[in-house]
Write a protein that binds this ligand. Structure first.
Ligand SMILES: [Zn+2]
Length: 303
């Protein structure tokens, strides 16, 4: 049987982690997390694996990545000893999340990226893996290299829900000072980024199955059945909205939401009561054209 990557794309804070874990449980395919971060970010102790360990110390990732060779054909350093994963970051691979095209990928680098996926299929003993990397460019790279089958799923979540979640995260971590003007400016930047992301995605809408986050949270079984159909699988409908999520080693996982646990999917409209009116109005004004485009897809039965 050929191997396939179920590649999930979404704007950050769109519920993709929960979605990918539920999908993993429903179709019995491992969720590897946001593997694009392997090439985009520098890893440190704060970056967790789904098992709760730091990625640098997780045995699963250490064992797997040690088998991958670097661009000079030498084995990569042990993550624990290296602390920072230098070899990956001296690479000129550019996989930015909002960029469609990827640049500067030599044949060697391309082989190394493929090697990571091949090792994943092998070590997880899976024919299908769920990759929740958000990067468009990695997705396009995988499609064009066509060494495995790629099935794209795009999650679209109402910008007001995204914004509420992002503001909540910002406030709870106190990342910025809570100056209302700078917070609002950050929100406008988020709204514009959301629009750019979905305009780019809209242009390539025939390449994915598009899932509305709100639909998934309302009727998860209906959405999972639709996805199974798209993947050419049979899905036996669960009578409830509860799912038992398997423990996993999701790369860049949020340990609070991951692990062997039962969860119940509920609709999330906290933004209706929590998001300040000014943010709601600004989000609607800026996002109106994109919302119309996606509403059209919905009318056509595409979402
Ligand atoms: Zn782990």
């Amino acid at each position: 049987m050929s191997h396939s990557i179920i590649y999930i794309q979404s704007f950050p804070r769109s519920g993709s982690t929960v979605f990918a874990n539920v999908l993993s449980s429903a179709i019995n395919a491992p969720h590897i997390g946001e593997i694009d971060k392997l090439w985009i970010k520098k890893l440190d102790d704060h970056h967790k694996c789904g098992c709760g360990d730091s990625i640098l110390e997780c045995k699963h990732w250490n064992a797997l990545l040690k088998r991958i060779t670097n661009s000079n054909g030498k084995p990569l350093k042990d993550l624990v000893n290296a602390r920072y994963y230098e070899e990956l970051h001296t690479s000129r691979v550019k996989f930015e999340s909002n960029t469609i095209s990827y640049k500067y990928i030599s044949n060697k680098e391309s082989d190394r990226i493929k090697e990571v996926y091949v090792e994943l299929f092998r070590s997880l003993e899976a024919d299908r893996i769920i990759d929740s990397s958000k990067s468009f460019s990695l997705y396009n790279f995988l499609r064009e290299e066509s060494f495995v089958e790629i099935k794209g799923i795009l999650i679209i979540r109402d910008i007001r829900g995204v914004l509420n979640s992002r503001l909540h995260k910002t406030f709870s971590r106190n990342k910025y000072n809570l100056n209302p003007i700078s917070t609002f400016i950050h929100a406008i930047k988020d709204i514009i980024d959301w629009n750019i992301f979905y305009l780019k995605a809209y242009k390539r809408r025939n390449e994915y199955l598009i899932v509305k986050y709100e639909e998934f949270s309302k009727r998860p079984n209906y959405v999972l059945e639709k996805i199974s159909h798209y993947l050419g699988m049979n899905y036996r409908i669960n009578e409830t909205n509860s799912f038992t999520l398997p423990a996993n080693h999701t790369f860049w996982g949020n340990r609070n939401r991951i692990g062997a646990t039962a969860i119940s999917i509920k609709e999330d409209f906290k933004w209706k009561s929590k998001l300040p009116l000014l943010y709601k109005i600004t989000a609607i004004i800026i996002s109106f054209p994109v919302m119309m485009l996606y509403a059209k897809l919905q009318d056509d039965g595409r979402i």
